[in-house]
Design a protein around this ligand. Structure first.
Ligand code: SF4
Ligand code: SF4
Length: 297
């Protein structure tokens, strides 16, 4: 079931068709064509679960497929930006590059962005386009901040005599690209099943807040980064996606709520707090939100 309602800026909800027919507030919160585009982008239904769907927690996907839920059109604008970037690239493809082809196997289906001569003469490069935040880029590049002693001490106050610290940026950390790696590697498998050789994989990540000071503080000083993605074992990957597809299929057949999304899938509860559209149907989502309200006072 796609999203059926919009959340208005005042927190009230309206059916998407009702909103498109006429704004309940008199003046729209954004242009009508933008709202139509948001409505269309949230209405993509495939029979088989897609690679990107299976990257999410099974519980979240199950609830999105079986419950009526609301989305905030403002939150969907970033996804729209991403789709715009894809559309622009599609217009600039020549004979050496394949783009936006949906491939499927017995488990799932996936639409890769670009394949071919993307960076040099190598014809076997698989590429994926992302529009993302400086925070996610910082983590994907392995940048992190750490407190380091300045060599000075506090001369007065409660901390008198204690060493002073400052936050410093380091670039030798773990690269957090697991979701991107799972996605691209499965596209690689789908391409290889069709006889295409994939020699290398890259994400082209455009930073959506690149001009802000916060991005510079995170060490993100460019608007675009090419991020290499390593190969994941086919055996492990196929097992992982088969397991996720089976769990979803079983839940859909029985109607039983799947087990809790994993800590990685629910972004260690950050997603449940503010970014899961179906959190109101999930006991864990409700508990996390309640705890957040309690903490806020
Ligand atoms: S245009 Fe915006 S404020 Fe008006 S009904 Fe639609 S979502 Fe709500
Ligand atoms: S609220 Fe959290 S645990 Fe529940 S479906 Fe959403 S992401 Fe998963």
């Amino acid at each position: 079931m796609p999203a059926t309602k919009f959340s208005c800026p005042d927190g009230k909800e309206i059916s998407i068709s009702g909103c498109l027919d006429g704004c309940r507030c008199g003046t729209r919160c954004m242009f009508l064509p933008t709202l139509r585009a948001v409505a269309q982008s949230s209405d993509r239904q495939l029979d088989e679960p897609s690679v990107t769907e299976l990257l999410n927690g099974t519980r979240e996907v199950f609830l999105k497929k079986t419950r009526e839920y609301a989305i905030n059109p403002e939150d969907a604008l970033y996804a729209l930006q991403g789709q715009g970037i894809h559309g622009i690239h599609e217009k600039h493809i020549d004979g050496d590059i394949l783009a936006e082809v949906r491939l499927k196997d017995g488990t799932t289906s996936g639409k890769f962005d670009l394949y071919g001569q993307l960076l040099d003469e190598d014809t076997g490069t698989l590429g994926d386009l992302k529009v993302t935040s400086s925070y996610k880029l910082m983590r994907a590049l392995g940048y992190y901040k750490k407190s380091v002693p300045t060599g000075e001490v506090y001369k007065t106050g409660a901390k008198k005599g204690q060493p002073k610290y400052r936050q410093e940026l380091f670039t030798d950390g773990v690269r957090y690209v697991m979701d991107w790696a799972l996605q691209l590697n499965y596209y690689r498998i789908l391409l290889e099943q069709q006889g295409f050789e994939v020699k290398r994989m890259f994400i082209q990540a455009i930073c959506r807040d690149g001009s802000l000071r916060i991005a510079a503080e995170r060490g993100i000083d460019r608007n675009v980064y090419i991020i290499p993605i390593n190969k994941i074992s086919d055996h492990w990957l196929i097992r992982y996606f088969k397991h996720k597809a089976k769990a979803l299929k079983e839940a859909m057949a029985t109607g039983e709520m799947p087990k809790l999304c994993s800590a990685r899938e629910r972004w260690h509860d950050k997603k449940c707090q503010s970014y899961c559209d179906v959190a109101d149907y999930c006991d864990h989502g409700q508990a996390v939100k309640q705890a957040m309200i309690k903490k806020a006072g």
